[in-house]
Design a protein around this ligand. Sequence first.
Ligand code: AVI
Length: 299
Amino acid sequence: MNFHEDFVAGLRERRIAPKWFYDAEGSRLFERICELPEYYPTRTELALLDRHADEFAARIGPGAEIVEFGAGASVKVRLLLQALEAPRRFVPVDISGEHLAEAAAALRADFPGLAVEPLAADFTASLALPPPVGRRIGFFPGSSIGNFEPDEACALLARFRRWLDGGALLIGVDLIKEPALLHAAYNDARGVTAAFNRNLLARANRELGADFDLSAWAHAAFYHPPLRRIEMHLVSRRRQAVCVAGEVFEFDEGDSLHTENSYKYSVDGFRALARRAGFEPGPVWTDAARRFSLHWLEP
Ligand code: AVI
């Protein structure tokens, strides 16, 4: 489904899929989020990748092929690639093609022996990967798995397992923690997360000729303990009508558009989910404060 159809359907249901955050501007804003002091997942996961790179390399073995799902700027995979023995090919898969091409060019320059074959695709729909050239290892960092409902996450993991063709998956998963830390991570003082959230409406203005007044929508993000998830919403600050591709949508003050869930897992909870998807959970690496985890999943 394309942005136009899905966004308009989402407005009717008051729920927009988070994958539409990532146009070029949204990807740029997300990179800024990753550098924020409050957003602990990126630096914690980078430190884990750095600290345990040799262990991952030993598990992956020589001549492997790495497929990264939702690759973005491909910063994290560099730590892995640097540690690997003669990796054959890197296939970054991302919905934002523009972003992907830039990152691939930089990787080719820095890893001259490595074939880099980006694939601009929505892996939540379907994926046509080229035949493997070595042991295929999946890499899904950043806890993007948390942006799927648990049942969808299970189905996605099962599809990864099929696509990996007998190879393992290294996946980053954000852990359940003190709600105040989670709240700060999604309500940063500089307002970058708010801009990222509102970019969804700005994107509709740019691409669909919509007339959203961005100042009339408040960013709201909060932790929902029973469901173990952060919810992000855009809340209408007043009664308003918005025109999107010729159709008018009306909102009352306080009406919300639900734009993202970010599920947090316990280590055991995620291992159980992976098992349900057909994987055999292997070792898990966490930081000392147990904020973030990296899981090795065998097919
Ligand atoms: C990409 N994903 C894992 C991020 C998250 O934390 O759920 C997206 C994000 N949304 C707001 N801040 C970051």
